[in-house]
Write a protein that binds this ligand. Structure first.
Ligand SMILES: [Zn+2]
Length: 426
């Protein structure tokens, strides 16, 4: 976890995760068998030996290869022959052996020693086999390596689907039995679950599950999300939680489903983490530990993703606010420029009108303004205006200004104070 910064939540959850990783190591017991003669006849073996190879194969007084025929193809009988022939012990570390055959076969790892037994003359008479199974240790080591890789992926902010897909595949590859992993993501309101990652479940199944409601009795995941606690369904064919999904699960070949809610640090629902099995199964303590470790990892990945999303949204909002401010400032600048232009034009007009009023003051004119609405403006007539039709009138300064600004063809009359006719007939 060295790649994860100190402030990272991964560190906060590390204590509990390490507990679970320790549980995943399980307990190792020594297996022992004493073989005799060149055929390696099983003389005696301890209980752990038969527990390991399967209780149905408890037999003594027969050759080891008859008890465990799978050993011949893997070279172990030849190895025993060699120890028997040379009298030299063999010691192996993390030796891989496939126990059993067919669908029951399982991969196991052992630290082993084959020690020759000798009679009083020193002649080899048999072999003592001593082994300590290291399968769980091997698995836990691989698990920790994969887990660290996932945390590093989260720390460098890989896309969420990539992290969750990788996590699902990692668990599927590490599990001794076939397991299919599914991660569902909770909607922000926590009422529905969306597809997150399930690389090994069939597409039709993922599509059908996408968007299921959270609630009591809605399969393992809907119920786990609703209760905020793990829901272990060991047999889908009989569990009432699966009434609505039994046929679907049957088509997908699913027989058991253990689901654990993925919770945020504040207890909010982030999603569910589920392990499906092809046959009815009850979880072992190590299965539950595995689930807790990866539900915690998924929580970390999803929370990281939410923080990133919130940051992106905040940046977009800030950008939009900035754009809006720039637009308002531009409009304000344009309005001010227009107002200044108008002020200049209006000052020019006022000056022209003052000059015209002074020039026309001495001329005969009506007492009152002839412009404005009926019954008519009572202000003194000061300026004569005309239009291009040849009409003319005397008005007060206010009405003259209004007429000049609003009627394009109006101008201050001059040249004997006629209308446009006065200009044309000159
Ligand atoms: Zn007037």
């Amino acid at each position: 976890m060295t790649a994860v910064p100190a402030a990272d939540p991964a560190v906060a959850g590390r204590g509990a995760a390490e507990e679970d990783l320790r549980a995943l190591f399980g307990q190792s017991t020594a297996v022992f068998a004493s073989l005799t003669g060149p055929a390696h006849v099983v003389e005696t073996a301890n209980r752990a030996f038969f527990d390991t190879i399967g209780q149905e194969r408890v037999r003594t007084g027969v050759a080891l290869v008859d008890v465990m025929p799978e050993l011949a193809d893997q070279g172990f009988i030849a190895l025993l022959d060699q120890v028997y022939g040379t009298g030299e012990a063999y010691i192996g570390r993390d030796v891989r052996v496939v126990l059993g055959s067919g669908p029951q076969a399982r991969e196991a790892f052992f630290d082993v020693s084959y020690e020759p037994r000798r009679d009083a003359d020193g002649t080899v008479t048999g072999i003592r086999v001593l082994g300590v199974e290291t399968t769980q240790v091997k698995h836990a080591q691989r698990l920790m390596t994969e887990h660290r890789a996932l945390l590093e992926q989260i720390a460098r902010q890989a896309p969420l689907t990539e992290v969750l897909d990788g996590m699902a595949r990692c668990i599927e590859n590490l599990a001794p039995q076939e397991v299919l992993v599914s991660v569902l993501l909770a909607d922000p309101d926590g009422r529905h679950l969306r597809h997150g990652a399930a690389p090994s479940l069939p597409g039709f199944y993922n599509e059908a599950i996408d968007g299921i409601a959270t609630g009591e009795g809605v399969g393992s995941c809907g119920t786990a999300a609703h209760r905020r606690e793990p829901v272990i369904v060991t047999d889908i064919t009989t569990d009432p939680f699966w009434d609505d999904f039994r046929e679907l699960a049957g088509r997908a070949g699913l027989a058991a489903c253990w689901s654990t809610p993925i919770l945020a640090r504040d207890g909010g629902l982030l999603g569910t983490f589920a392990m499906y099995h092809r046959t009815p199964r009850v979880p072992q303590e190590s299965d539950l530990a595995l689930t807790r470790v990866f539900a915690g990892t998924a929580a970390l990945a999803i929370e990281r993703h939410h923080i990133e999303q919130a940051k992106t949204a905040a940046e977009a909002r800030a950008r939009a606010a900035h754009d809006e401010l720039a637009r308002v400032l531009r409009v304000e600048r344009e309005l001010r420029a227009e107002a200044e232009q108008r002020a200049v034009a209006s000052a020019e007009l006022a000056a022209r009108m003052r000059a015209a009023a002074a020039a026309q003051a001495a001329l005969p004119h009506p007492e009152h303004c002839q412009l404005g609405d009926k019954p008519g403006c009572t202000a003194p007539a000061e300026i004569k205006i005309a239009d291009s039709w040849g009409d003319s009138a005397w008005g007060c300064t206010a009405h003259v200004e209004e007429a000049i600004l609003n009627v394009r063809s109006v101008f201050i009359a001059s040249e004997e104070l006629g209308g446009l006719a006065a200009y044309l007939n000159r």
